[in-house]
Design a protein around this ligand. Structure first.
Ligand code: BG6
Length: 487
């Protein structure tokens, strides 16, 4: 069998914000796992860059700590950690000043891939891009990686795009949405465009509606200040849920190449109708009554008058030939009853039941589970076994990827592993293009402006529930219901 790990070219990866939370939790552990998997060529170098004074050994110790805390990858042998640490170095730089920049430029190895990861607040993106240019590091082979939030509305996203465009071409800018790196999210494209079975039915003629749920059990404690300025709409819908919606709804691209895929996603966003207020439900979680350690949203946000939503459910319509008449229901929230993300494609009833009304109503539902237990399930109707007439039941054809793929599935890479390796390979398919981000904001902005202008307050919901009652009503009034949120 051909090895599935194809080593990437030699690279220099500079992580600005190299001592920050994202670097500790995600970026460095992801790089370490790829190192363990043998994907990094000898000579690959990771350079942590931040304001704090630290030497190389200090940084290596910082990284060892981070890896101890945030997972090291099972396949790793003793001693590999030290091998990984040898790839690490550290430099003190001041993003807004001149300190450290000449030294950083001098460190860069000529002739290898150069990637600069902006793991810092967006207010520093412009300064970093400018400094990289000024110190001769923004050449044609360099790439920059930027994290969300990419702006907080259309105007700020545009300004950011313009700033980055001063020194980098679009082909050098990698805007991360980590949902696109999730294995099952990519599988969405494989399922749709690698099988004959689904695509002919994938339209308003056969699909009754589609539900997308991203439910979390955590609250916003610890990041209340950021979250209170964002809310579920900016934090989750404008990016992660929008990306899921695009992959589910887009037309087949002519090929699996970055611009072909992103062109199709962009068309979906542009075809989204504005959402009337009655099709949006916003909520805020309440404190857990018997657990003083689980305060409600207002306490977490430290803002008793906050009108920011920790939950949102919406009914969306896509005005194009494929989807006219098929609603898309989206919901996401914190402190819900289980951590689960899934997409359910609910097919229409058969046009006529030969089994008579007593056979009841049965529907095929294709469920794509993103987490936990990545997999797919197709609900099909069969005859209940046994004598006594034709009674119909729905049974799942269940395919858990872990079971189907065996032990190899344990090695399913974390989203960041795939995305960082794609940066080094120079493959932008799983990254958002500037126009895509702007189109998503252009659709989001009027909705947010609308509820702000009306002064709408989110409705409270119980911690550990499925969200506010009103969200249930959003579907009930259409004669439909949400799938149960369960792990
Ligand atoms: C982040 C959001 O982008 O995604 C968080 O800022 C959210 O609020 C997280 O918790 C969810 O990611 P995942 O991979 O745990 O589903």
């Amino acid at each position: 069998m051909v090895s599935r790990v194809i080593p990437v070219d030699e690279f220099d990866l500079v992580i600005f914000g190299g001592t920050g939370d994202l670097a500790r939790r995600k970026i460095l552990p992801a790089l370490f796992r790829r190192f363990c998997a043998g994907q990094m060529e000898r000579g690959a170098r990771i350079i942590g860059a931040a304001r704090s004074e630290m030497d190389n050994e200090g940084y290596r110790e910082f990284v060892r700590e981070a890896l101890r805390e945030f997972g090291t990858g099972r396949a790793c042998e003793e001693g590999t950690l030290e091998g990984f640490c040898k790839t690490l170095s550290y430099i003190t730089v001041d993003a807004r000043g001149t300190d450290g920049w000449s030294a950083l430029a001098a460190m860069m190895k000529p002739g290898v891939v150069r990637a600069f990861y902006f793991s810092v607040g967006p207010s520093l993106f412009g300064d970093l891009a400018e400094r990289l240019h000024q110190y001769g590091m923004a050449d044609a082979d360099s790439r920059i990686v930027v994290e969300k939030p990419f702006g907080r509305d259309l105007a700020t996203a545009r300004a950011l795009n313009d700033t980055l465009a001063l020194h980098f071409d679009e082909s050098q800018i990698y805007r991360i949405d980590h949902y696109l790196g999730k294995e099952t999210v990519q599988n969405l494209m494989a399922v749709r465009f690698g099988n004959m079975l689904f695509e002919p039915l994938w339209n308003a003629q056969y699909v009754d509606h589609i539900q997308i749920t991203v439910a979390e059990t955590v609250g916003v404690g610890g990041r209340g200040e950021y979250y209170d300025r964002s809310g579920a709409m900016r934090d989750m819908v404008q990016n992660h849920l929008m990306q899921l919606l695009c992959l589910i709804a887009m037309e087949p691209p002519a090929k699996f190449d970055p611009d072909a895929v992103r062109d199709e996603k962009l068309k979906v966003i542009r075809a989204l109708d504005p959402v009337p207020p009655e099709d949006i439900v916003r909520g805020q979680y309440l404190a857990e009554t018997d657990d003083p350690d689980k305060p409600g949203y207002l306490a977490h946000a430290e803002n008793p008058r906050s009108k920011t939503e920790s939950f949102i459910a919406m009914r969306l319509a896509i005005s194009n030939w494929r989807w006219k008449g098929t609603p898309f229901y989206l919901r996401t929230g914190k402190r819900l009853k289980a951590r689960t993300s899934e997409i359910a494609v609910v097919f229409k009833d058969t046009p006529h039941s030969i089994f008579g009304p007593e056979a009841g109503r049965h529907r095929n539902i294709l469920t794509i589970r993103l987490q936990p237990n990545e997999g797919m399930e197709l609900g099909v109707t069969i005859k209940e076994p046994g004598p006594g007439g034709m009674r119909l039941i729905d049974v799942p054809l269940d395919m858990s990827f872990a079971e189907a793929l065996g032990p190899e599935a344990e090695e399913v890479p974390d989203a960041y592993e795939r995305l960082i390796m794609d940066v080094i390979r120079g493959n932008q398919t799983l990254f958002m293009r500037g126009d895509e981000v702007e189109a998503a904001w252009a659709w989001t902005d009027p909705l947010i402006e609308g509820w702000e202008a009306r002064g709408d307050a989110p409705v409270p919901y119980e911690s550990g529930s499925s969200g506010p009652e009103d969200a249930l009503m959003l579907m009930h009034r259409d004669g439909r219901r949400w799938r149960e949120i369960r792990a």
